[in-house]
Design a binder for this molecule. Structure first.
Ligand code: SF4
Ligand code: SF4
Length: 130
């Protein structure tokens, strides 16, 4: 195809891509579908530290350990492949997927998360997120 003809077809097609991060009209932010599996969220105020999510994770990226009076919940979530096993295994409904999809990072540490908390045992838990 000649360059002229190629340019003609391209111009004839008009704009076919969406603007980013907002739609083609640059007004509404683009959101993924409701059931999209984005970055995982763990609600530590509901966590009983049972460890079922860690056991269910094929990538073994969740670590739960007792540290003094607190429990530490760590995720090397950069290794997550969004299978959902942790979410299905949690009896407390504490694990869910967010719709957060802009997860590129400059360092591996930015894709790690740690929270310290007191597991739920009938009393309310305290929570601290990094
Ligand atoms: S979604 Fe799958 S890979 Fe990711 S943390 Fe949960 S169990 Fe592990
Ligand atoms: S997040 Fe759910 S499955 Fe994981 S330790 Fe807490 S209560 Fe157990």
């Amino acid at each position: 195809m000649s360059l002229f003809r190629e340019a003609f077809y391209c111009l004839k097609a008009g704009v076919v891509s969406l603007g980013y991060p907002r739609g083609k009209d640059f007004i509404e932010p683009i959101l993924p579908p409701v059931n999209f599996r984005g970055r995982l969220k763990v609600d530590l105020s509901r966590c009983s530290a049972c460890g079922r999510c860690a056991d269910a994770c094929p990538a073994r990226l969740i670590r739960i350990s007792s540290e003094g009076e607190e429990t530490a919940f760590r995720m090397e979530w950069r290794r997550c492949f969004f299978c959902g096993s942790c979410m299905y295994a949690c009896p407390e409904g504490a694990v869910s997927f967010s719709r957060e999809f802009e997860n590129a990072a400059g360092t591996a540490q930015e894709l790690e998360a740690e929270g310290r908390f007191k597991p739920v045992t009938g009393s309310s838990a305290s929570q601290e997120e990094k």
